[in-house]
Design a protein around this ligand. Structure first.
Ligand SMILES: Nc1ncnc2c1ncn2[C@@H]1O[C@H](COP(=O)(O)OP(=O)(O)OP(=O)(O)O)[C@@H](O)[C@H]1O
Length: 404
């Protein structure tokens, strides 16, 4: 149990910090009028709680509480009614709970607020921990929004820059974690990565071999965009059991650090068995934690394109047949709707190969729209649009493919 006076003090301090910050508006918006519980999930430090707090009208702020505060170590389910009491005493309109999944039984409180028609916002950085309770006790009562580090458009707003090759180069180097954009300290990205692996993944998942988990994380950062099989990864990383490799990869996906995308295949069974490609939630985070000193710029660009697609689409695959490859195909409503090829720079050596891969993907998947993205070239080749990545990123990829 926790004393209400201590709780009031923690709340006052946590809420003070917020007022001092200069904040930009995000592309994601919070549906304030909805009467469902609103859940914002995403990788750590990407701006989840700020998104909610900034969205609430200034004359009706919410009562914010972050459960990672060590002073809340003794908070238990029986303490939740104190939050309602403090909310009313302080004249707040709603309750906003950060990383609440650490308190067992939180979903019972969530449900009771919902039943009383009172507003609750929740943020979390672990997909499965949240979804377990959401899926059972709160089915149909919540709406979930996924948030990512800043997009290129948000980066421009934050840095007060204009769109173009020069500002895209800055984004390409710095990525989208708001605090990193402020401090530009690579150690921040290393500490963040390590903290997610050791504190979130290893502790929550009870992993005793933390070294193997970190090695896997570094391996994925160093091999963004390259296909690999679980067994090959196991042997490279000296992890004996393939099952362990698969579990660890799942945990890394749950923490929103990486997505492992499958190869396109009409057969689901083949799709599962084929090699996967990993993409990181923030390419600058991957670079800071990578062992690959050659700095593969082409794959990094591919990672940015992947993220831009991922903001709009959940199902993204790569395409490969016996003699050609295409970086991404995008699924929407059970249909592949688009194919995207990414190439740093088109020249007489690679042009035919890149076009062939894109056309093969379009033909085989029956996707109706394809594009070839480059660092700075723009053209129309053989009926295929060629565009610089920065320009393509100025609109949501859903708009580009004409779906909503
Ligand atoms: N819209 C924004 N404009 C400017 N800075 C922002 C914005 N959103 C977040 N930040 C910065 O990023 C930091 C992290 O934001 P926030 O605490 O909301 O992230 P979070 O995803 O809730 O983190 P955690 O998962 O650790 O709880 C903030 O301290 C703030 O400095």
């Amino acid at each position: 149990m926790i004393q209400i006076e201590l709780l009031a003090q923690v709340i006052e301090e946590q809420n003070q910090n917020f007022l001092q910050k200069q904040l930009i508006s995000r592309e994601e918006s919070i549906p304030l009028e909805s009467n469902q519980i609103l859940v914002v999930s995403g990788v750590r430090r990407c701006g989840k709680s700020i998104l909610i707090r900034k969205s609430l009208p200034s004359d009706a702020p919410g009562l914010y509480l972050n459960f990672e505060d060590p002073r809340l170590v003794d908070f238990e389910a029986a303490d939740f009614p104190k939050l309602e009491q403090l909310r009313d005493q302080l004249g707040k309109s709603s309750i906003l709970l950060d990383e609440v999944q650490s308190v067992a039984g939180w979903e019972i409180f969530a449900r009771s607020l919902h039943e009383k028609g009172q507003k609750l916002y929740i943020t979390g950085s672990n997909a499965s921990m949240l979804s377990r309770e959401l899926g059972t006790r709160l089915t149909g009562r919540y709406k979930q929004i996924e948030l990512f580090p800043f997009s290129y458009a948000e980066f421009l707003l934050f840095k007060k820059l204009s769109p173009g090759e020069e500002s895209f180069e800055s984004y390409f180097l710095a990525g989208g974690f708001p605090e990193y954009l402020q401090n530009q300290d690579q150690d921040y990205l290393r500490t963040l990565f390590r903290d997610i692996l050791t504190r979130d993944v290893a502790v929550r998942r009870n992993i005793s071999n933390e070294t193997a988990l970190i090695r896997l994380g570094v391996f994925l950062c160093s091999n963004v965009g390259k296909p690999f099989s679980y067994s090959r990864m196991g042997s490279l990383l000296e992890i004996k059991s393939v099952r362990t490799v698969i579990d660890y990869c799942d945990y890394l996906e749950e923490s929103y650090l990486f997505d492992l995308i499958p190869m396109y295949s009409p057969s689901i069974r083949k799709q599962l068995a084929n090699p996967k490609k990993a993409f990181c939630v923030d390419p600058a985070l991957a670079s800071a934690n990578s062992l690959s000193f050659s700095k593969d710029l082409g794959r990094k660009l591919e990672n940015y394109v992947y993220l831009h697609l991922r903001r709009s689409f959940k199902e993204i695959q790569y395409f490969q047949n016996k003699d050609s490859e295409c970086d991404f195909v995008v699924k929407w409503n059970e249909e592949i709707i688009g194919a995207i090829q990414v190439c740093w720079s088109l020249n007489s050596d690679n042009l035919q190969r890149e076009l062939k891969g894109l056309k093969a993907a379009l033909e085989e998947t029956q996707a109706h729209k394809g594009i070839l993205l480059t660092w700075n070239q723009e053209d129309l080749l053989d009926g295929i649009m060629v565009m610089p990545v920065w320009k393509w990123m100025m609109q949501p990829s859903k708009d580009f493919f004409g779906v909503d």
